[in-house]
Design a protein. Structure first.
Length: 389
């Protein structure tokens, strides 16, 4: 980030060296701040950053000292030329103007780099936000053949409702079957050694004890058994559908939440690294800005010096005391977006599902058989050891 600044500063030193005013530049830059992609880690590389700044301070301090010395000599001698040699203290105005132009360019470069740093930081924040955006998209949209989580939730709850309704119907049929078969079984109590009791299909009165009643109640029991069996088979199929729907919902939800968690962890870590690098760059660039400001104060005084406008000790004192504001290079820092809820997101309506809560895992069987699907424990519905494939 500071490469161009050092090039400018080196150019200024070169100008100065030719006139014998300034020391040769010793600075160089290996620094960079590179973003390796939206889903790659943002890396801030500040190799030997402290050393670079220290060299900047040393060389710029030397410039400051030499410009200040020029001013002090002029003030002390009361002349723009050295009384001992007659040599002018000041280099050609064109040289000073060139240096001033270089400093102005460096300031603009610092501002541009501030904007670049702000953009890099913003992109790191956007990468964090994208984790939440992708999570929301996976909840609401079918992607690459994967159904949205909310759609799978709807399929699961519908399957649960159909299964529950069928089991309730089955329970009613079981009660009916048991009553009818119990009525048939009760006829056995009327059996007697006198088989003539069964001889007639009906007697004169058509009352109990006739063969007709035995056949009628046996038929009712048989029909009820067949009806109940058919309903039970239908419910068993719906039970399989429900279990599979829950397994599909859990698998997709867990995959989405795992991806979201990994994304958020990675991108917040990247953001933290980017933030630290940008803060280091901001500090470095502000240091350069303040150094430029101090040197420029003496440079401006030298540019303004003439036989009719001699610098004074006040001129030097004012430069010494002048505060150099660096707010223009301020970077805005903000807190990263909070991670979206996933397994507990409001759009799921409290329908928990994870690797520890699904068919065959945790207390799923107990919750489904005693709460969400009604009381299915009387007939051993929803096998407790049933697993997701």
């Amino acid at each position: 980030m500071v490469r161009s600044l050092i090039i400018h500063l080196s150019t200024s030193y070169a100008f100065a060296s030719e006139s014998g005013v300034l020391m040769q530049s010793q600075s160089n830059s290996d620094g960079a701040l590179a973003m390796l992609g939206m889903n790659e880690q943002f890396v801030g590389v500040l190799q030997n950053g402290a050393g670079r700044v220290q060299k900047m301070q040393q060389t710029t301090a030397a410039m400051e000292d030499q410009y200040k010395t020029l001013l002090q000599n002029i003030v002390n001698s009361g002349s723009l030329s050295d009384p001992k040699t007659g040599t002018p203290y000041l280099p050609a105005e064109s040289f000073l103007k060139a240096v001033e132009s270089q400093f102005n360019t460096m300031r603009e470069t610092l501002k541009t780099e501030r904007d670049d740093n702000q953009q890099i930081l913003g992109e790191a924040h956007n990468a964090v936000v994208k984790c939440n955006t992708d999570r929301n998209l996976a909840f609401t949209t079918d992607i690459n053949g994967n159904l949205g989580v909310v759609k799978l939730l709807g399929t699961m709850t519908n399957a649960r409702g159909e299964h529950k309704s069928c089991r309730n119907t089955e329970d009613g049929k079981i009660d009916d079957m048991e009553a009818k078969c119990a009525a048939f079984d009760a006829l056995a109590d009327k059996c007697s050694p006198d088989q003539d009791w069964y001889a007639g299909y009906s007697d004169a009165s058509g009352g109990e004890g006739t063969l007709r009643e035995v056949v009628s109640k046996a038929t009712a029991c048989k029909v009820a058994v067949e009806d109940t069996t058919a309903t039970a088979n239908e419910c068993d199929g719906l039970q399989t559908d429900f279990k599979d729907a829950f397994c599909n919902y859990e698998a997709r939800l867990s995959a989405v939440c795992h991806t979201h968690d990994e994304c958020y962890t990675l991108q917040t870590s990247n953001l933290e690294g980017t933030r630290a690098s940008v803060k280091a760059l901001e500090k470095e660039q502000k240091t350069i800005w303040r150094l430029l400001g101090k040197v420029t104060c003496y440079l401006d005084a030298l540019l303004a010096a003439s036989f009719d406008n001699m610098p004074t000790q006040t001129t030097i004192n004012n430069c010494n005391a002048a505060p150099i504001g660096d707010d223009v290079l301020n970077i805005e820092y903000k807190v990263e977006a909070a991670a979206d809820a996933c397994h507990t997101h409001a759009s799921l309506g409290g329908e928990t599902a994870n690797s520890n809560y699904r068919p065959g895992k945790g207390n799923w069987y107990e919750v489904e058989t005693t709460q969400k699907s009604g009381d299915l424990t009387l007939h051993n519905k929803l096998n407790a050891d049933s697993q997701c494939r």
